[in-house]
Write a protein that binds this ligand. Structure first.
Ligand code: AMP
Length: 447
């Protein structure tokens, strides 16, 4: 990343400021930026400031350990270290240990990692470190310095929450821009306050961009999280327009994360990043201890009947059924409903607010059935899922591991049943190779 260039654009003091970067919030006096200035709302809270003075980094001791990276080894601003200390993190997670040295040095990154790896803190620490290290000569309302785009409201809210915790002592102001809620409130806040980090879902952000409620030409740090889900959910056209409104890729630092890299995501990642470094974190290991894995050899035409039979049995509580394609999930959910089973659909073609409601229902009720695609299903972190069904053997063995990881969580027992039909049997070899063990198939139980 051309740090020099950023420094030219935003002349910095040698030392990071004690206070946050905010100057008085004033509207830019340009014809198209017709924003009314209001008072500065970006002062750190007195309590936080007092704490920041009181806190002593020597309190935060973590013993060096072979093969592990400590946050202490990464030269992170003390105000961020204080947040890390409060969160109770000691050693950097693998994605943090791999990516932070790269991103803190100013490079763009393309990361292959999923939720649960600590990737949120990885990109947020870099964003905050950079924002604290330079002081723009002027700040205005409506102009964030950092933008994080995430596909779903839940994820965006989680990221913003993490940013507030990590950045508790930095004075950096975080705001969410989310579809389906608080339209006027978000608009007023963006228009009147100096915001440092905006965490947004694409639709609402684009809406505000078109209305000139927000301007992205001062974005120094851009994060695109879960790029594959954005693709699955049809957000790429919106995202392209959003990214076009940010500075050129060599004038911003871009961090892009995705759990999988289908062809379209590879192409987009390359066009949105500048000389990126790549990091990849191995998927979570197979939870073989707590998941009983069964592979039923079955004819395609029999899948529905056998699935319905098992679902109606007593042992099944909360169940997720994965299929490989959106249309398969849609049709399957409809057929199960016709068979008297109350199945809900979770895929990229379901509207965001409906998906949130579906997940809520799934969490609340003990006997619920969810039919999901891989990408939509990855965001499901619900304890107490008794069964995962693979209506199709996944094309990618990695997806198999993600799918069965939805059950057997938090030490509970879970069952994963995979249907393997005459067309899918050849895929078992790839899966065996990936899992590093022999798969035993069986016929489904008679009853
Ligand atoms: P994420 O993958 O970003 O959703 O993070 C998964 C969880 O790991 C979150 O609850 C984080 O608070 C937690 N976490 C992130 N980094 C660390 C770390 N270095 N040590 C311990 N927990 C962490």
């Amino acid at each position: 990343m051309p740090i020099g260039l950023i420094k030219r654009l935003f002349p910095s003091k040698e030392k990071a400021p004690e206070k946050p970067v905010a100057k008085k919030a004033t509207a830019k006096n340009t014809a198209d930026k017709n924003i009314k200035a209001k008072s500065n709302t970006n002062k750190p809270k007195p309590a936080a400031k007092k704490e920041a003075v009181k806190w002593d980094a020597s309190k935060f001791t973590v013993a060096p350990q072979e093969g592990k990276t400590r946050f202490h080894d990464l030269n992170i601003d003390e105000r961020i270290m204080h947040g890390i200390y409060d969160l109770g993190f000691e050693y950097a997670s693998p994605i943090q240990a791999e990516s932070l040295p790269i991103t803190l040095a100013g490079h763009d990154i393309i990361g292959k990692a999923q939720t649960g790896t600590g990737k949120t803190a990885a990109f947020l620490i870099t964003v905050m470190q950079k924002l604290l290290s330079t002081t723009p000569s002027e700040r205005f309302a409506s102009e964030p310095r950092a933008l994080v785009v995430a596909p779903t409201r839940e994820l965006a809210m989680q990221i913003a929450q993490d940013a507030k915790s990590l950045g508790k002592y930095t004075g950096l102001k975080v705001m969410t821009v989310l579809g389906g809620m608080d339209y006027e409130k978000q608009k007023v806040q963006l228009t009147n306050e100096v915001i440092d980090i905006v965490v947004a879902t694409p639709g609402r952000l684009l809406d505000f961009l078109m209305q000139k409620v927000v301007f992205l030409d001062q974005v120094e740090m851009l994060v695109i999280d879960e790029a594959d889900r954005m693709l699955d959910m049809g957000f790429i056209p919106d995202l392209k327009r959003i990214i076009r409104a940010t500075p050129e890729k060599n004038l911003r630092q871009t961090q892009l994360f995705s759990a999988t890299y289908p062809f379209d995501v590879i192409a987009l990642s390359e066009s949105w990043t500048h000389k990126p470094r790549q990091v990849e974190i191995e998927p979570e290991s197979v939870a073989t201890d707590t998941v009983d894995q069964k592979f039923y050899i079955i004819q395609e035409t029999e899948k529905d009947k056998i699935l319905a039979g098992i679902l109606k049995s007593d042992q099944v509580g909360r169940a997720i059924i994965f299929a490989n394609r959106r249309d398969t999930t849609r049709d399957l959910a409809a057929r199960l409903n016709r068979m008297g089973l109350n199945a809900m659909l979770l895929s990229g073609e379901v509207a965001q607010n409906k998906r949130t409601a579906t997940l809520e229902r799934f969490k609340r009720l003990d006997n619920t059935i969810l039919v999901a695609t891989d990408v939509a299903g990855r965001g499901i972190h619900v304890d107490g899922v008794s069964h995962v069904f693979n209506y199709n053997l996944p094309d990618d063995p990695e997806d198999y591991v993600h799918r069965i990881g939805r059950t057997g969580r938090a030490g509970a027992e879970g069952t994963a049943i995979t249907f393997v039909d005459e067309y899918e049997a050849y895929g078992l070899m790839d899966l065996e190779k990936y899992l590093g063990k022999k798969i035993t198939t069986e016929l489904p139980p008679q009853e």
